[in-house]
Structure formats: C-alpha cells, structure tokens
Design a binder for this molecule. Structure first.
Ligand code: IVH
Length: 716
C-alpha cells in the first residue's frame, strides 16, 4: 500500500508535526496531511503489527488533530481518525439487509471429505486439477462491511444471513478496519466485504484480568466475547476490549462505470457473477485478497496459501493444524476456496453454502476424564475456590489434572459429582473448562460435592454475602490468605520485588522468616544465607530488589495492599486523590464515590480497609520502614498563586489542550485531581461536560468556572 518513498515522506511528516506542535497555523494548514500521517501509523500498528512511532507520539499527534478539529469543526471529515469515537446507543440496533446474503460453509473433517469435495469441483469444471486458496477459519463473529466512494458506510452482523444488525459505530472502534480506503483507484464505487471479528488470546486474557480486577465473573472463550462485544451499546467499552478483524471475501462490487442501482435487484443472484461482470476485482480469490490488502485492509493476503491441487491442500491443512496454538488468535479449522472466480461462478451455491468453498474443521480440543475429587483453596481475599482434581488428561498440547470449578452454583449448574466422567475443553491459551458431566456414564457410585462450612486452612466459619456466589474465610490472620497477600504485594504489577516470587514467599513463610507484609522489609538475610540455594549473589539481588521497592509510587503500593475491588486503575485514582495514603482514613464512603469509576461496592471496600486499625498500623509501620506513602507527584507542586488549590477539568476546552491547562494550573501550585469530591476547589468546564459537572453542582463548596474564568485566574 505504501512505497518506501511514501513511508519516508510520512515518517518525515510525522517528525515535522511533532516539531511544530505548538504552531497552530502549521497544524491547521496541513490538517489532511496530519490525518494521513495518523492513518498511516494506525495501519502500521494495527494491520502490519510493525509500529514506526511509540504510543505516546501517536497519542500526541492524535491530540493535535483533535484540538485543531475542535477549534474548526468545519475541518472535520467523516473518515478522520478522530471520528471512530461514537456515542452510546439508547435504542436497539437497526436491522438492515445485506447486499448479498451471508452464507455458511459446508464442513469437512478429513482427507477423504476433501477428496470428495475436489471430485465434485472437477466434475463441474471438467478440469484435471483445481487450484485452491487456503485460509485459516477464524473463530469469531462474522461481519459484513460496505465501503461506498471509499468511505466505510455500514457494518453489519450476520443476523439470519439475509439481514443483520447495523453495528457500524462498534466496528469503527476496531482500529485495523480503516474508515476509508482508496477503492476508487481500482474503479470501485461500492464494495461489500466479509470477514470475522476476533479477540486475540492476548486481548482476551487482558479483558479477563480487567473483569477479575473489577470483581466480575470472567468470560469463557474469545469467540463468544467477540460476538457479544459487537452487540454492546457503549462504543467506548467496545474500544476497550481491543477487538481485531480479518477480511476474507468480497461479496459484491459495483464499479464506477457501471450503473450502481443494480445492487439490491441482484440480491439473490450469484455473487461471483456480479464480481466478474462488474469489477476490476481480479480473476482469482487470491487477487481479491491482494486488492483488499493493497487498499489497506487487513485481508488474509499474508496468511493465505495457494495450493496447486487437493494433495497440496491436504498436506497444508494437516501441517497447519499442528501449528494452530502458535497463532495469537483462535482458529477452528481452515477454509478451502476454489481460486478461480469464474469457476466459482460456474459452481454456484446451495441455499446454505457456496459449492466452491469448504471448511476443514480441526479436531475439537475436548477430552473426557474422571473427576476424582474437589479441593477447596483459599485465595488472597479469603474466597474459597473449589478445584476439581482430574485423572490427568492430555488436551490441546498440555496435560490437565485440575480445573477451577468456580463456586457452588457452577457445580450445581453443571451437575458435577465426584466420580463423574466429565467433558473438558481447552481453547488455545485459555484456561481449560469443564463443559459438562457425562451423566449417561454414571453407575450410582458417584458422590455429591459438599461445600465446607469452615475454612480448610484455619477452620474458621465461612461466610457468604447474599448477592455473591462465593464463600469466604473472613479471618484476616488465616495463613492461606496471609501468604497469598504477601505474594500479591511483591508481584510484578504491584511492588515488583524481583526474585521474591511465590516459591520464595512460601518458603520463607513456612520457615517462619516472614509473617506479614512489613516483615518483607525486616528479613534476616543472615538466616536466609544458610538456606540451600541462596548464595551471596542471590541474597544481594534479593536485598537490592526489596530496598528498591521502597521507592515504588503510591499507586503500586495501594494496588499491592490487595484491597478488594481495587485494581491497578482504581489504585491510581485513589493515589491521585490524596497527598498521603493515610488521608484515606478520613474519607467517607460518599467522598470515595466521587472518584472516577468508584461505585458503592468499591467505596465500601476501601472505606472498610481504612477503618481497620490493624491495616492502619501496618501502613504506619511500612512508612516507618521507608516506603513511600506520600503522593510524590503532588509533593512536587510548586508554591505559586494557586498553591494547594485543587483543579479538575471536564469537557472540551477550546483555547487550551487539557494537558496544557493542567500544566498551567500546576505551575502556579495548583493540584490536579481526578474526581469530584468536597476537596475539589475548582471545576473548569469546557464544551459537552457530562456527569462530573452534574456531580459538582451538588457540592456547594466547588467553584464551577469556564475556561475564560480559569485563564483570568491564572493571570490571562
Ligand atoms: S468464507 C461465501 N473464509 O466460518 C463464503 N469464512 O462456518 C463465506 N469464517 O460464516 C465464508 N474464517 O463466518 C470464510 N477464512 C474464512 C473464514 C470464514 C471464518 C466463518 C464465516 C462463516 C463460517 C462458516
């Protein structure tokens, strides 16, 4: 899509925009160039996976465009990179007709099925050998896109195949799908493209981490999550889930020099006939994939394989099956397509599937085994997790011998009993799940799974909140919880104490060298030195890592405390809302609820933590031991005319960028906070201010001022 020369120019232009970022005229006069630069970097990052600038530089360039467009709304174009963001839907999705019905695929499971398919194709064509194009069969949700005059005008779910839901706004959140593409260069006025929205294993695991952090149940597999994500009504949330897409089929093309009106009339006629008669789309499927790729779309161009005959297909798909786990996303098979488009047309289709394509389904990564026992583990927050112990079974490349069965309800819902034969499924990197118990195999000796009423570690009575599925041990001195808490405190995303992982924590705890978090900072290294496997070097490293962790910023410390529902994001919000962590002692639940994304449940949990005197004692001890409980960012604030005054900016400012305004306030000693609370002095309101303004109006002490008033306040 871009020549080396184009790339050199675009990289140079990126540099110029970064250098001239404060020259408003330069930005405004070259705004389309700036958009192109951003589109180019999106393409490098999301389609090619080969970014040429870092995230901060991209965000900065993006903010330049945003500011320029906000100042001059007439300069905004429909396909500007800023136009992905959409507003939430109140109503349901609109139902729209596909230009051409979305068909399914016939399935094959072995070499014989593929030979049969090939035989039928040969019969129709009279040819000796058929050329095929092979692609992965993505395990996601199918979509249909329409570009008209180079603009993405509509994106639809499959629906019933004839009509689907208009999900354009949600699809625009997927950065690998461009808002515009230069189809007109190929004489194409309108094009309908089919593809699959997927969630990579990485995005899926991150999403589950986020759910866990928020105390929500995790999701079971990337396919359902991708499909579900397309139908949520909040595009921002769709963007947060980092969906991805591959495009694999052109279902309709109208070229600029043919009459366009034919599209819907041709609704039920042969798709490929339209392609070959109306388009410059090429003579083979592979050429169409290349055309899409050349227009900047993430087609299967780079992962497809053209095979000379069915033997090559069989060899390729069987070898590919072995490699499926190496891919960053889930596939459930391969799709084999007759490459020649006029032969596709000749073969036609049934009402269900085209006769020119077939799916080769990989063997399901499922297996049956025996559920031998259920053990109950105690987590960091005291949650009791039942873990099914299985007769070890090899599935999808690994041996599985235990699986979490989550909670009491899950066990009931799946009707699990000890001694049952159970069906296990494993999708890629995703944690194995029990699909069901095979009740037909029961012989009457199976036993009910009984939930304990006391903690399996400390024997204290277990409790359960009415609205929760989880039983908990609430004894904060429960050994299991203490060890898990220390492990979490030292972990990578918290205090990041290198060489102080799970194994060492458990070992030190068992040897009585460590009883609680503060004791990490009081370890007796001379004793550790006598342990097997601890030479001078490893002791030095451990000591240095523990010492270094004292300087970790407040948000990491807060996260490390393992307060229920306080994940990394809430930890940052909380850190930014105080000057010293112990200020939290004085915050009421209502104060806490004023913080961004802090709801009743989270506020209650934070309040509960800071109302507990042993927690306060522990924090005081940590401070005494040299840990950072002060918010150092706030400490750095100067002593200008606004010293100590707190500011929050909301809505879109017209004269300043948000970051500039914040910097100006800070220069004069102001403090930037992230949420509305009684401690906020000034809320500076721009255009389209939302819920923060509403919240602030309810607190009399907050001064609500405009951008102009803010400028006056800081001296013009
Ligand atoms: S071609 C008319 N290619 O699998 C041709 N489909 O089980 C339509 N799928 O409905 C489909 N990867 O959602 C095609 N590389 C690929 C695919 C693919 C996944 C999906 C598609 C289809 C389903 C059939």
């Amino acid at each position: 899509m871009f020549t080396d020369k184009d790339i050199a120019v675009l990289v140079q232009q990126s540099k110029l925009f970064l250098q001239n970022s404060s020259d408003v005229n330069y930005i405004e006069n070259n705004i389309e160039q700036l958009r192109n630069v951003l589109r180019f970097h999106e393409y490098r990052y999301y389609v090619l996976n080969d970014a040429l600038i870092n995230d901060n530089e991209y965000d900065f360039l993006f903010s330049l465009l945003e500011t320029a467009e906000q100042k001059n709304p007439s300069l905004i174009t429909k396909d500007s990179p800023t136009q992905r963001v959409g507003s939430s839907l109140n109503e349901g999705f609109e139902t729209v007709q596909h230009l051409v019905p979305m068909l399914s695929l016939d399935n094959s499971y072995n070499a014989e099925d593929l030979q049969d398919f090939d035989r039928k194709v040969k019969e129709v064509s009279g040819l000796q050998e058929i050329e095929y194009c092979i692609e992965p069969k993505f395990d996601g949700a199918s979509i249909s896109l329409i570009y008209e005059n180079n603009l993405l005008v509509r994106a639809t779910t499959r629906g019933n195949g004839v009509e689907g839901d208009d999900i354009t706004t949600n699809i625009k959140q997927i950065r690998s799908i461009p808002l515009s593409a230069p189809f007109s260069q190929y004489g194409i006025e309108q094009i309908e493209i089919r593809g699959e929205v997927i969630m990579t294993k990485d995005a899926f695991n991150k999403y589950n981490e986020r759910l866990t952090e928020q105390g929500l149940p995790t999701v079971a597999n990337p396919r359902n999550t991708a499909a579900g994500s397309l139908r949520i009504k909040d595009p921002k949330e769709v963007a947060n889930r980092n969906l991805d897409a591959f495009l694999y089929h052109v279902s309709y093309i109208a070229s600029s020099n043919s009459s366009k009106g034919g599209a819907l009339e041709m609704f039920n006629s042969n798709v490929t006939a339209q392609i070959s008669s109306l388009s410059n789309g090429g003579a083979t499927h592979a050429e169409q994939l290349k055309l899409l790729w050349d227009c900047g779309l993430r087609s299967t161009e780079k992962i497809k394989k053209v095979a000379k005959n069915i033997q090559e297909v069989i060899e390729y798909v069987t070898t590919f099956e072995q490699k499926r786990d190496e891919l960053p996303y889930e596939i459930d098979g391969m799709v084999i397509k007759v490459n020649n488009l006029s032969l596709q047309e000749e073969l036609g289709m049934t009402s269900h599937h085209p006769r020119w394509a077939i799916a080769y389904k990989f063997k399901a990564r499922q297996a049956t085994t025996i559920l031998k026992a259920v053990e109950f583990q105690v987590g960091r927050t005291g949650a009791i997790t039942p873990v099914a112990k299985l007769e070890p079974v090899f599935i999808g490349g690994v041996t599985v011998s235990s699986i979490s069965v989550h909670n009491e309800y899950y066990i009931k819902e799946k009707d699990l009993k000890i001694g049952d034969t159970v069906l296990i499924e494993r999708a890629g990197d995703v944690i194995p799940q029990i699909v069901k118990s095979v009740v037909e195999k029961r012989n009457g000796t199976e036993k009910e799974i009984t939930f304990p009423t006391t903690c399996p570690v400390c024997n204290n009575t277990l409790f359960k909140e009415d609205d929760e599925a989880v039983w908990r041990c609430i004894n904060i001195e429960c050994t299991a919880q203490v060890v898990e808490k220390i492990i979490h405190f030292a972990s990578k995303d918290a205090m990041d104490i290198k060489s102080f992982g799970e194994a060492n924590v458990r070992k030190f705890y068992e040897l009585n060298l460590l009883k609680d978090i503060p004791e990490i900072y009081k370890l007796d290294f001379s004793k550790i030195g006598t342990l097997e496997g601890f030479g001078k070097k490893s002791i030095d490293n451990l000591q240095a890592a523990i010492e270094a962790s004292k300087q970790q910023p407040l948000n990491r410390l807060i996260y490390g405390l393992g307060i229920r529902f306080v994940g990394e994001t809430t930890a940052k919000t909380l850190a930014n809302s105080v000057e010293h962590l112990l200020d939290c002692k004085h915050k009421t639940e209502e104060d806490l609820q004023q913080l961004e994304d802090v709801g009743i449940k989270v506020a209650k949990s934070i309040h509960h933590f800071f109302s507990n005197s042993s927690n306060i004692q522990m924090l005081e001890e940590l401070e005494h031991l040299g840990l950072q409980l002060k918010n150092t960012k706030k400490q750095a604030v100067g002593s200008g005319g606004l010293a100590g005054q707190t500011f929050l900016f909301t809505g879109t400012l017209s004269k300043l960028k948000r970051s500039e305004a914040e910097a100006l306030a800070e220069q004069q000693g102001g403090i930037i906070v992230s949420g509305i609370s009684a401690k906020l002095n000034y809320l500076v309101v721009g255009v389209d201010a939302g819920s923060k303004l509403e919240k602030a109006k309810k607190i009399n002490s907050i001064k609500i001022i405009s951008e102009e008033e803010f400028l006056k306040l800081i001296g013009g």
